[in-house]
Design a protein around this ligand. Structure first.
Ligand code: ADP
Length: 246
């Protein structure tokens, strides 16, 4: 399997405290990998190191076969890395279509410029309508985000991140506050409609992770303590001790 993301020996310290130690694993193209571990395991720090918001003290990271060490976050985005939008970046008074179209134009940067102003806007709106339709939300395209349910808004968040078909999408607790059915629907949309995008998913809900991921990586105190298929990880004695409470 070709790796879209390769982490090797990644270490990050905050003062004397090691938040990440010798972290190494791959995410394959089109693969969905779950990242789990108790609070303080280093999951958020690892996301920040991958996206370039934090600089690791050790190790190397490759995206699509090329080193991204030292690259600014925007350069990584340009190479196909995306992260779910923070809710703060959406406009509650604007419709789902308008929010997604804005994300398309923001991601595209100069990419849509050759369309010209009005053409760029309609191209972005078309992409937004298509994404909403694929997600079964065509009927909500003209609904302001503030009038949508929490579950629908999480789907719109994900669609905003998928606006330009990233090669790898990092998802930090995308199913927080969702029912099991809503979570299954969101992950189903991501995996079915966006199969070319690999996912690295942090979630506290073990059933969601084990139910939707091809592989699972388990962290504790900054280290990877286990990885494998959901079935393998479920049986791993170290993982059970550290995380599954048995
Ligand atoms: P997780 O997301 O798995 O809960 P984090 O990556 O948020 O873990 O945190 C890992 C450890 O690093 C925690 O002990 C946290 O207190 C510490 N940490 C995270 N960010 C900082 C920071 N900016 N300064 C100091 N310590 C930090």
């Amino acid at each position: 399997m070709t790796a879209i993301l390769e982490l090797r020996g990644v270490g990050k310290r905050f003062g004397a405290f090691s938040a990440l130690r010798d972290v190494a694993f791959d995410v394959g193209e089109r693969e969905t990998v779950g990242l789990i571990g108790p609070n303080g395991a280093g999951k958020t720090t690892l996301f920040n190191v991958i996206t370039g918001f934090l600089r690791p003290d050790e190790g190397s990271i490759r995206l699509a076969g090329q080193s991204i060490d030292g690259m600014a976050p925007a350069q990584r985005v340009a190479r196909g890395l995306a992260r779910t939008f923070q809710t703060a970046m959406v406009f509650p008074g604007l419709t789902a279509r308008e929010n997604i179209a804005m994300a398309v134009r923001q991601h595209a940067g100069d990419g849509l410029r050759w369309f010209g102003g009005a053409r760029a806007a309609s191209a972005a709106a078309e992409i937004a309508v298509r994404l909403l339709g694929d997600a079964g939300l065509a009927h909500r395209a003209e609904t302001p985000l503030r009038d949508m349910s929490h579950g629908e808004r999480r789907i719109v968040d994900a669609l905003m991140s998928l606006a330009l078909s990233p090669r790898l999408l990092l998802l930090d607790e995308p199913t927080a506050g969702l029912t099991r059915a809503e979570s299954d629907r969101l992950l189903g949309i991501l995996r079915r409609n966006h199969a070319d995008t690999a996912l690295l998913l942090v979630a506290h809900d073990i059933d969601i992770v084990f139910g939707h991921c091809d592989r699972v990586v388990v962290m504790e105190l900054g280290r990877v303590i286990g990885s494998g298929t959901p079935a393998e990880v479920r049986e791993d004695a170290e993982v059970r001790r550290a995380y599954l409470g048995s």
